[in-house]
Design a protein around this ligand. Structure first.
Ligand code: TA6
Length: 301
């Protein structure tokens, strides 16, 4: 199994607050339990699978059918998509959404600041990654679990030639009923409709999900507000250095085609993905670094 618990990882633990333990499928995870928050992050894909501010409900959706094994991305939480988004333009055999979400990352540090806990994991280019993508890179995912969830991707070009990449924090948010939620913050923004041959359209007003929705909103830095009358909460996502936002819900049919999503679970999730994809892919010169951040806050309605 990829990434069993390395003895050395225990040296990062914070007694009573952050432990490295065996999670689903035997995959190692960092479990956070602080006075302010509980959370989880797997080394497999540097994948945050839980964030629950104390006194509140779980904010992230995790499929009951997710597979926890090599080669399969975890369905739910926050998959990290890199260095391409969706299918690889020039190689249909390449894994969707890139290769880092199915890679064993390494623990870099765990730090506590007040009641918030920051977990940093990293991964680098190697012979495996170069089979798909020739670039030399180092990537860090820094997740801060507190009264808000802050997720930062830091990419460094460690090679001698410039590189271009797409990235996304493909966050699955748990909702009471998809038909009742409202999404605000993308009014008048252009988007590519992946359910309609990527036709370019413009958003009018708030988003109401009434069918399969798979949209890449372009050239937007704006905050998103998800209003959920069933769970009586508002989730607000702000972001830095991200120029695209992807909104996804598979609805009935696509959900049925996904083996790692139970048939009715599409009603309990929506993806809001802070990203740099499509025409907003990032160019990075040798030695340069790029940081993208998403911050999730939750408040009662
Ligand atoms: O982010 C939306 C999307 O690109 C959709 O097209 C859909 O395929 C989704 O990601 C899930 O992708 P996955 O490879 O995890 O099944």
């Amino acid at each position: 199994m990829k990434g069993t618990i390395a003895e050395s990882d225990h040296r990062f633990e914070i007694p009573g607050t952050a432990q490295v333990v065996e999670g689903n499928g035997g995959l190692p995870k960092v479990r956070i339990t602080s006075p302010e928050v509980v959370g989880e992050m797997y080394l497999y894909g540097a994948h945050v699978t839980s964030w629950k501010p104390v006194g509140g409900e779980e904010v992230l959706f995790l499929s009951s059918q997710s597979r926890w094994k090599d080669g399969h991305a975890i369905r739910g939480g926050v998959p990290v998509c890199f260095p391409w988004f969706g299918n690889k333009a020039d190689d249909p055999k390449a894994p969707a959404h890139g290769f880092v979400r199915t890679k064993a990352w390494q623990l870099e540090s765990i730090a506590q600041v007040g009641a918030a806990v920051t977990v940093s994991m990293f991964t680098e280019s190697n012979e495996d990654t170069k089979r798909w993508w020739p670039a030399e890179f180092r990537m860090v995912h820094r997740a801060t679990f507190g009264s808000e969830l802050s997720l930062e991707l830091v990419v460094t070009n460690t090679g001698t030639t410039s590189l271009r990449f797409e990235e996304a924090l493909h966050a699955y948010h748990r909702v009471g009923n998809i038909a009742d939620v409202r999404l605000r913050g993308l009014d008048t923004v252009h988007y590519l409709d992946k359910t309609d041959s990527n036709r370019k359209k413009i958003q009018h007003g708030e988003i109401v999900i009434v069918s399969e929705t798979d949209r890449v909103y372009l050239n937007t830095r704006d905050a998103i507000e998800l209003e959920d009358p069933v769970l009586h909460r508002r989730i607000r996502v702000t972001k830095e250095n991200s120029l695209t936002t992807v909104v996804w819900n598979p609805w009935v049919q696509k959900a049925h085609s996904l083996a790692d999503l139970a048939d009715d679970e599409w009603t309990q999730m929506i993806c809001i993905e802070s990203s740099n994809v499509s025409d907003f892919a990032v160019d990075l010169a040798p030695g340069q670094q790029h940081k993208m951040k998403a911050i999730v806050r939750v408040a009662d309605l």
